[in-house]
Design a protein around this ligand. Sequence first.
Ligand code: 5GP
Ligand code: MN
Length: 341
Amino acid sequence: MTTKNNELRSESVEQVLNELQGKDLVVLTTHKNADGDGCGSQVALASWLRSQGTETFIVNPTPFPENFKFLLPDESWVAEADSPGARELCDGADLVVVLDTGENPRIGKVEPLVRGLPTVVIDHHPIGQNPIRGLSLRDTTASSTGELVYDLIEKAGGPWSKTSDLGVYVAVVSDTGFFKFGNTNPHSLRIAAELVDRGVDPGKVYRRLFGSYSKTRLQLLQSSLASLDLDEAYKTAWMVVSEKAYDTLGATPESLEGFVDYPRFIIGIEVGILFRKVSRNAIKVSLRSNGLINVNTVARKFGGGGHNAASGALIKGSMEEVKQSVIEAVREVVEVSGILK
Ligand code: 5GP
Ligand code: MN
């Protein structure tokens, strides 16, 4: 399937495909707290590489999320970064493929394990401050990394396994919010159509990803919504995840999927923020824009990154300090954007 999007990146697709071919052992990784795009892309690519006779393993900086384990035909495809097995795999690997991020700090404890290995980056984020070097297939017009993995496997002429079909589908629907977000493009819709044609069940995937809330998740949402606060003059709204509720409920970062969207869904609001204390002196901040404001500039100011409409950062300081400085930075960006006039 050739559409405008993948014609433009066809040269990088070819180069990366050449690099992937004929390897004995490849390690795949993605960013901390992998999402549906990170997990789906890597499982899809792992399945294809394995079909080519390449031993392929996933080594991520944080544990492979429980809610995406249904993508894996076998959990032995994953080696936890802390395990001796992961070090052994990385020592013996011919190549590391980094998916859904292109920045060194985002791969955390995997970075020292794969340092010095030939590297391929497959990503759709703008290049950050500390980019991972190596051959890359980067395209910020791609809805998701899954879209790029689709192009690679397609260029190779397949084979398309059920595992790759499901992985790419989950990657694309995760990052486009099931085709609701502004990054949805014709190519991603065509990919989904083809995968559904081949047997992916959209209803089943939706229920797995969004329609099956744990009690914990809903209780955490309840307590987070209670913290909702707005600065209507600056079209900004935010929520704070209660540290107490998070701990008492035994929540994980996956429990928070989609929480950050609620503040920006309020009529008249352009920017939504979610704050969560992750350690004694660090706050994880997630920023979302409805499209008029570039929140990536805010995230970058604090050492983070992401896309124009979806960004994040890990910021040192107390909740009050971080909240104040991030909200102030958002106000500045909103002010200069001219949308208040
Ligand atoms: P989320 O808010 O869902 O964690 O992330 C939204 C987007 O921002 C994703 O594309 C993610 O890769 C990026 N992002 C989140 N946190 C960080 C961070 O600490 N550093 C960088 N560079 N990007 C981040
Ligand atoms: Mn992504």
